[in-house]
Write a protein that binds this ligand. Structure first.
Ligand SMILES: *Cc1c(COP(=O)(O)O)cnc(C)c1O
Length: 451
């Protein structure tokens, strides 16, 4: 069974294909585990947002800013940039990626509660579209840095509309208890303050209420609350140019979930904006990439047990953290359907030394050792949240386009993982640590010579 909305995945003669490529061929050529993406699916997902905007009279003023944190591979950023997308970033590192991938800084919005001075400077130097400011203290800092650079910083306040997105508590961000944004009740006063700051230019109003939202109603509720704020701003002589409704539209990870159509969610929002001169910014992440990716893994061992059977595979929580972190559910299917093998119920687990290292639990699978499994819907927050825990090299990333496979990130090699680490010298230098002594390669080498 495939999750809904994954048309780029199909079985042909019992074998799972991504577009026109058979997954066993990929595994043979590149090994496992691999994150595999469909070029066609990524394109179709962005097109669906752009088409929904384009089909509406108010939509011509819309901009899709892909939330880079969902999957920040340069090839994906470059594809979206060439299709005209902007980007929502949450760090200086993501800004550097967007620029390296050929993205347009003029279409970049910068979110996040902890922007450092260096990140603010870099974003001002690049002339980004807008800072989504999350606190009064951040506003002061941006004003001050823009002043030293002789610039006016374009800003929106990220407003917390206190809407319940009815999603997992770790990914609900728009409630009053969240660390994100400023409470909507405090927004007007902060905007009035911002309007008086000499190096700030007010551009818009921003919100982002959460993630994996499978219901359009919370977006409409958030919009209604923001429109009340917009009217108040207008009355106080603070007109804004754009409204940023954030990301968060969910996907169906399982058969019994229904993800709303993009256009069905967007059209009522656009209807509501039709008679206003406002640009609309959207920041989808998951909806653009989740269903376009899968994690290809091989069964190492089957370990039958009294109460639980384990299928131990070569992918683990370091490759896909969502099940361990949120108890998230991903469909897991055998790449090749076998007629003769009886199905059994397995917990699909990785080799990592943590009981939480599972990819799926209680799954009916007809498998034998060395068989391939596909863990589906992993294109968002899969590779992006990966780590090297247990000194496991990160998996390769492959983009499939038609019947061609392109390596868009090579597999890490074990030596890459400790390349930045250094041994201590045999003896510590006799001078007391001043707080300024930095162990560079050079002085480490010189300590080594003294002992
Ligand atoms: C994470 C995030 C997004 C994207 O969320 P998705 O659920 O992946 O669409 C958009 N905007 C901001 C500010 C975010 O933090």
């Amino acid at each position: 069974m495939m999750p809904p909305d994954t048309p780029f995945l199909a079985r042909r003669q019992e074998v799972l294909h991504v577009e026109d490529l058979a997954l066993p061929e990929l595994a043979l050529a590149f090994g496992t585990p691999c994150h595999v993406y469909s070029h066609a699916a990524l394109r179709a997902n962005l097109r669906a947002f752009q088409a929904a905007l384009g089909a509406h009279p108010a939509g011509a003023r819309g901009l899709v800013c892909y939330a880079v944190k969902a999957n920040s591979n340069l090839a994906i950023l470059n594809l979206f940039a060439r299709m005209g997308a902007g980007f929502d970033i949450v760090s200086g590192g993501e800004l550097a990626r967007v620029l390296a991938a050929g993205g347009d800084a003029g279409k970049v919005v910068f979110s996040g509660v902890g922007k450092s001075r260096a990140e603010i400077r870099a974003a001002l130097a690049a002339d980004i579209l807008c800072f989504n400011v999350e606190s009064a203290a951040e506003l002061e800092r941006i004003n001050e840095i823009a002043g030293t650079l002789g610039k006016r910083a374009p800003i929106s306040l990220r407003v917390n509309p206190d809407v319940d997105p009815r999603t997992h508590p770790y990914i609900a961000t728009g409630l009053e208890t969240a660390k994100f944004g400023v409470p909507i009740g405090a927004a007007l006063a902060l905007y009035e303050h911002a309007a008086r700051l000499p190096h700030i230019r007010i551009e818009g109003v921003d919100c982002h209420i959460g993630s994996q939202i499978l219901d359009c109603a919370p977006f409409r509720e958030a919009l209604e609350r923001l429109l009340v704020l917009l009217d108040a701003l207008e009355k106080h002589g603070i007109p804004v140019k754009h409204l940023d409704l954030g990301g968060g539209l969910g996907v169906a990870y399982r058969q019994d979930e229904v993800a709303p159509e993009i256009s069905a969610c967007l059209t009522p929002l656009l209807d509501r904006l039709e008679d206003r001169k406002l640009n609309l910014i959207l920041e989808p992440g998951r909806r653009l990439t989740a269903q376009a990716g899968l994690l290809l893994t091989r069964v190492e061992y089957l370990k039958p047990g009294e109460s639980v059977n384990f299928a131990i595979v070569d992918a683990a929580m370091n490759d896909l953290l969502r099940p361990a972190l949120y108890g998230a559910w991903h469909e897991i299917v055998a790449v090749t359907q076998k007629k003769g093998t009886p199905a059994a119920i397995y917990d699909v687990v990785g080799p990592i030394c943590e009981s939480g290292d599972f990819l799926g639990q209680k799954r009916a699978l007809a498998i034998e050792p060395d068989d391939l499994l596909a863990i589906l819907s992993t294109g968002a927050y899969g590779m992006a949240m990966s780590s090297n825990y247990n000194t496991r090299p990160r998996a390769m990333e492959i983009m499939v386009r038609g019947d061609a496979a392109h390596v868009i990130r090579r597999r890490e090699e074990t030596a890459d993982l400790y390349a930045l680490e250094r041994l201590l010298p045999a003896r510590s230098p006799s001078v007391p640590f001043s707080g300024l002594t930095v162990e560079t390669d050079k002085n480490i080498a010189s300590h080594e010579q003294t002992c």
